[in-house]
Write a protein that binds this ligand. Sequence first.
Ligand SMILES: Nc1ncnc2c1ncn2[C@@H]1O[C@H](COP(=O)(O)OP(=O)(O)OP(=O)(O)O)[C@@H](O)[C@H]1O
Ligand SMILES: [Mg+2]
Length: 366
Amino acid sequence: MNGTPHTMIEITGLTKAFGSYTAIDALSLKIAKGEFFALLGASGSGKTTLLRLVGGFEFPEAGQIVIDGQDVTGLRPNQRPTNTVFQSYALFPHLTLAENVGYGLLNLRLPRTELAARVEDALARVRLSGFGGRFPHMVSGGQRQRVALARALICKPKVLLLDEPLGALDKRLREEMHLELREIQRAAGITFVLVTHDQEEAMSLADRIAIMARGRLLQVDTPRGLYEAPKSREVAEFISNVNLLDGTCLGHVGREVRISVAGIGDIRLGSDAAAMTAGAKVTLAIRPEKLRFVTAADAGENRLTGTLRAVTYAGDRNHAIVDVPGLARPVLVTTPNRDRLLSEPQTPGAAVTVTWDSTAAALLTD
Ligand SMILES: Nc1ncnc2c1ncn2[C@@H]1O[C@H](COP(=O)(O)OP(=O)(O)OP(=O)(O)O)[C@@H](O)[C@H]1O
Ligand SMILES: [Mg+2]
């Protein structure tokens, strides 16, 4: 099993235990060449352990890791075509930025001029040309982060492993670094595996994301796939806010299905309708921004009525919480502030009607 030509990393049946605790549980995964891949999950889900296994800092009890066609399962970190940027990207404080970047190449014993050229090239890649003579304390946190990246890129690894590399930066700087990281990855053409517990970071950076929990992968998909078509309750709830409705399929009406939802009544579903049979118990996921307030007369077939509990103003949008008699959990409705004047219901206690399109809901299949 040596992977296919476009596979960079192929993990099969990987298991890692710490004592009696199984941190990685028979996990399999393929990552393509040149892909920007993110591992996303709650604290303790096994992200760092998986990354350390791929980098060769931990060894598994069972399973196999193949990188670019080579079985690396038993190899040490320096024998693998990988490089790792750890969360604490410690630079040597007594070395200049150029010396920090060149450190990884020292054992190659390159001629001085060639070493200098490679260091300058790596600094240019992270937009730090001309900064080589400075010491780490003379640059910003974001610039230090880019030096750590340059230090990892200069070795020209096939795979760069990044463990929460932006964790120490403030929100503004993180967002700037997102764009830069993406551009650096595209320009270098290197496969990136990024560990993060920040959903927005994973969504804006990665080609595909694996959602981890309990040492397993819940779903591996594009950012859009995870958001619009979560397969399970757990993934739907992990990625942002969601409304979950339990119901029973009543049967097909043209290309739609009619679903009876306890506490709401009958609704129509246009997406995923083919996957349903009459009588089946189903759970639907609807994101809050796909719901809207209407007057009772304007509501379509998909409607619910309830009482406004609270509205939170968030500048570009409002988050409303609606209590629906018969539903165990309140319904979340996010509405854009298209107008500077108040246009949405605001008064707690008001009776409201909410509607949505029949293609707005996703059927959970796991
Ligand atoms: N060396 C170790 N010895 C014992 N248990 C460990 C060791 N390393 C990790 N674990 C345990 O394995 C589980 C997964 O840890 P891991 O560091 O991979 O989580 P993570 O997803 O990276 O979490 P975080 O987001 O907090 O960094 C945790 O329960 C952790 O306590
Ligand atoms: Mg971690």
